[in-house]
Design a protein around this ligand. Sequence first.
Ligand SMILES: [Mg+2]
Length: 245
Amino acid sequence: MLILFDIDGTLLRTQRMGVLAVGDAGRELFGAEFREDLVDYAGGLDPVLFRKVLTAHDLPCETAHIDQLRAAYGRHLQRRLATPGKTHALPGVAELIDALRPHQHITLGLLTGNFPETGAAKIAAAGLNIEHFHVRVWGCDSPHEAALREHLPPVAVERYRDLRGADLDFAHITIIGDTIHDVRCAKAHGCRALAVATGGHDRALLEASGADLVADDLSDTEVILEWLINAAPVGAVATKTEPRP
Ligand SMILES: [Mg+2]
């Protein structure tokens, strides 16, 4: 069994440090008029978001320009993440990871729109340990030209196979995320989706998205753990984490 966590709004909150760092990087490279608020970042893949934000400024977005923005973004993000008290693991996250780790048949992983270096920086800033996530799939890992989040679960299966030497059915993957894009990416492959209303999208939107379970947050460790491990049927969860009707 593989459990894949999204990062922003799911494992942690950076108080928009990522978005602000895109603005810092853009202004450094392209001038004071650059604005970071022209695109919707929720659930997106960083290389795609960078292309969108460059296009919104009529700037060229060839790979070289994306790489340039990525490098500057990484520097500004590191600086912003160093501000004490701004980046936090979300409620219940550390406890849930600790509760899952002893289960030998469960592999923990990441499926995120972040680049590897900036995703790792956010995880460290939140006081979490990236070494607990053995399968890591990043925003730049789509093998297709027009990258989509939906391209990432098959990459996770490949990495799982490399790690464990065994095949994994999509039905044995759970994707945990804070946006409808996380849910769609899971459902596109028949993975289970646990949507958590701690980030980009509110509970009503997540409930309408087809998630198998919607939780206000991950703080009810026992209930979430039970659902994750036993694929609890609808109705077997507590009031705080209402299943989809
Ligand atoms: Mg997210």
